[in-house]
Write a protein that binds this ligand. Structure first.
Ligand SMILES: [Zn+2]
Length: 271
């Protein structure tokens, strides 16, 4: 299947989570960014993982203020790499955030699938960054893998924090718990993967004013593009599947998710 055969909504989409600084975009990064609008994407939010990557995100976003927005955070893998230098990285994160080049703090969160820092340390490092986001009045992009009970507990202790559970992978009960705390839910290509019936059921239960779409490019390409590199334009495939699952018109779903993204991240609406 070719990109040009994707059905595009009348209203452009926001890819709320991608990694355009990733090395897999080194050969065609500028072309991918230049082609966003004609592929139905009004903006891509590129996510910085760690300080060095955050600096790259800042440079990229500064060069493309109309097409991109950026975030920076110490994700569980960056926290693990920082080791005893976590406090210094947290200070550097605050300096970056103070530059006001970013629309959110993240991704930050909890990773229980891969072996990184001990769970209690991860919670502390996650909480410290939620506090930072609250101090700077910024929304938060959350990474949570196989750690919903811990994540919900940390979020309950931070009622002023707001944002999105990115690459959501959970069931309808977990959707409910995050919604009750005021969080948004973002879905990507995993929605179409075999064996993810629980996720498809969960996706139907998210109210249209809390729903976001993303790619997590270059990872997790949606069906039927699995096996190739993911990119922001493929967010339309997830939006199409989501509209089908929910029995909604693609144009409506695009309008809602784009409005939600612009409201949450304080970005200008494309219309
Ligand atoms: Zn990510």
């Amino acid at each position: 299947m070719d990109l040009s055969s994707l059905m595009l909504p009348a209203v452009p989409l926001v890819d709320t989570h991608c990694h355009l600084t990733n090395g897999r975009f080194d050969t065609d990064r500028e072309a991918v960014i230049a082609g966003l609008n004609e592929r139905g994407v009004c903006r891509a939010i590129t996510i910085g993982t760690g300080i060095a990557d955050g600096e790259k995100v800042r440079a990229l976003v500064t060069a493309h203020p109309d097409r991109l927005a950026g975030t920076v955070g110490l994700d569980p893998f960056s926290c693990h790499e920082a080791g005893p230098d976590f406090a210094a990285h947290l200070t550097a994160l605050e300096r970056l955030v103070e530059s006001r080049a970013f629309c959110a703090v993240g991704e930050i969160g909890l990773e229980h699938h891969h072996q990184v820092n001990p769970h209690d340390l991860q919670r502390d490092q996650f909480a410290a960054q939620l506090d930072l986001a609250i101090r700077h009045d910024l929304p938060v992009v959350i990474h949570v893998r196989e750690a919903h009970p811990d994540c919900l507990e940390v979020l309950r202790a931070h009622p002023q924090a707001r944002g999105v559970i990115h690459s959501f992978d959970g069931d309808a009960t977990e959707v409910r718990a995050y919604l009750d705390l005021g969080w948004h839910i973002s879905l990507n290509g995993m929605l179409g993967y075999k064996g993810n019936d629980y996720l498809r059921e969960a996706a139907k239960t998210v109210p249209s004013d809390r729903l976001l779409v993303e790619t997590d490019a270059p990872y997790l390409p949606p069906m039927p593009f699995r096996g190739r590199r993911n990119e922001p334009a493929l967010v339309a495939a997830t939006a199409g599947l989501l509209a089908d699952l929910r029995g909604e018109r693609l144009d409506d779903l695009a309008a809602w998710t784009t409005a939600n993204a612009c409201r949450l991240f304080r970005l200008p609406l494309p219309w």
